[in-house]
Design a protein. Structure first.
Length: 435
């Protein structure tokens, strides 16, 4: 806290990891003397820059952009770009720190980074978004590269924005290289990248339920968010026989007691992405559903919960409510959606609870596979990639069990993910000496 005043999200993320790592390091003198945790918790660098662009009315707008390169001990920095008014250095530092552990867990050679801007894409025209992306990349390009740092999408940054940024990178450098992931299929992108985070979070859930001899068939799920991760998590739950009851956005949540079926999910995807609409309009299209303004969906009784919107969207009191209502499994699609109180409540209740750094790693894993395909200059088939995604999620699940099995049938997935991710990065750092 003293080293990072006014950075609550970053302090929270480090604290959550430190709780597990201190215990793990107790009898490991080298990690202590080499100050490994402190070194991982100090980004290699934070680049902050001005992003200046012109809106449709001819006004000059000035925004702030960042790239946080947290750690490249096991591979090039890798992590998304977020465009949202809530973006601060603290938010990006927490995301880059988490990303370092998550990327290590995938088993692929990727370090951790994150970037973004406080630019708000809501209400902007497509041409304004294009000009902003171009201006953002005009500075960012000098800090990234296929073997240096490979950004991807995140909140507010989807395929369209990646296209604008890749186009600008190519124009400036005259170089067609895999410098961004989440690209379009026609120009170097990978199949199932778009779906991978949401699908992966559900594969992880499947793995957790299997430890109890259960599956998703007939189970109800409460999901927050209605963006990339939320809609694809919903899609996979429906494919595996579950019933999705809710979706949300920053305006509130919708509850559809009949279940949000595939055709309704398709409607939401088009509505949010192409029409740039609000989730509250769902009830006009599907009148049996209800809209709850300004609320999160955690009070709706369910078997499984998947927070897929943003950080700190599920607080201690929400966690208590979920447990009291009989929720048995939580798989985080978003990054750090549960606050520390909530984490402690899930752990105390011995829920099947997967932290985002384990359960939402599917997206970055397929990004890693996109990097490999770009290096090979070829595209792998969809069924090959689906299988690789499933295998990677099963591998992460296994790593969590290895370090998180508490006996008596309880697996502390938070502890397992923290220790497994930390160990891989820490051992590489030890090999490099004091650098
Ligand atoms: P999108 O921009 O596609 O969707 C974000 C969703 O979350 C929207 O429904 C948005 O609502 C809602 N949301 C955003 N901020 C807030 C807020 N402050 N309060 C309430 N709702 C909010 O983003 P993604 O689906 O890509 O990302 C969602 C989460 O998943 C993030 O935590 C991200 O870091 C994480 N993640 C994403 C990956 C990916 O591959 N895309 C990979 C791994 C993690 P609204 O429309 O009102 O803004």
């Amino acid at each position: 806290k003293k080293r990072n005043p006014h950075q609550p999200e970053f302090v929270q993320a480090v604290q959550e990891v430190a709780e597990d790592i201190f215990e793990f390091m107790e009898d490991k003198e080298e990690y202590h003397s080499q100050q490994i945790l402190r070194r991982i918790a100090e980004p290699d660098r934070v680049v902050s820059f001005r992003v200046c662009w012109e809106d449709d009315a001819g006004n000059i707008r000035v925004q702030r952009g960042w790239r946080v390169q947290n750690n490249n001990a096991i591979g090039p920095y890798k992590g998304g770009i977020r465009f949202h008014p809530s973006v601060t250095e603290s938010v990006l530092k927490f995301l880059a720190f988490e990303q370092t552990f998550k990327n290590a867990l995938t088993g692929l050679p990727m370090g951790g980074g994150k970037g973004g801007s406080n630019f708000n894409p809501k209400g902007k025209s497509v041409r304004e978004i294009m000009r902003f992306c171009q201006s953002f990349m005009t500075e960012l390009y000098r800090h990234i590269g296929a073997d240096i740092d490979v950004p991807a999408g995140d909140i507010g940054v989807g395929g369209r924005e990646i296209g604008f940024m890749f186009g600008q990178y190519k124009r400036i450098t005259n170089n067609f290289t895999g410098v961004l992931t989440g690209k379009g299929l026609e120009w170097g992108g990978s199949l199932i990248r778009t779906e991978a985070t949401g699908y992966g979070a559900v594969y992880f859930l499947e793995n957790m339920l299997a430890t109890k001899g259960e599956n998703l068939e007939g189970k109800t799920a409460v999901i927050s968010g209605s963006g990339n991760v939320a809609t694809h998590a919903a899609e996979k739950i429906v494919q595996l026989g579950g019933k999705v009851l809710t979706l949300s956005d920053s305006g509130g949540f919708i509850h559809d007691p009949d279940g949000i079926t595939q055709d309704k999910i398709d409607w939401v995807k088009t509505h949010k992405t192409h029409r740039r609409g609000r989730i509250e309009e769902y009830v006009e299209a599907f009148p049996k559903a209800t809209f709850h303004a300004g609320k999160t969906p955690w009070g709706v009784p369910c078997d499984m919960a998947l927070p897929c919107a943003t950080q700190n969207e599920l607080l201690g009191e929400d966690a208590k409510m979920l447990v009291a209502n009989g929720c048995r499994a939580v798989s985080e699609g978003a990054n750090m959606p549960t606050d520390l109180d909530g984490v402690h409540i899930f752990k105390a209740a011995k829920l099947l609870y997967a932290p985002g750094k384990a359960s939402n790693a599917g997206g970055v894993a397929v990004s890693g596979l996109e990097m490999s395909q770009n290096s090979e200059r070829r595209s792998w088939k969809e069924d090959e990639l689906q299988q690789m995604l499933k295998d990677i999620m099963a591998g992460i699940h296994k790593s969590c069990i290895r370090y998180g099995d508490q006996g008596g049938g309880y697996i502390d997935y938070v502890k397992g993910a923290n220790i497994a991710g930390f160990k891989k990065v820490a051992d590489a750092m030890l090999a490099f000496g004091v650098v």
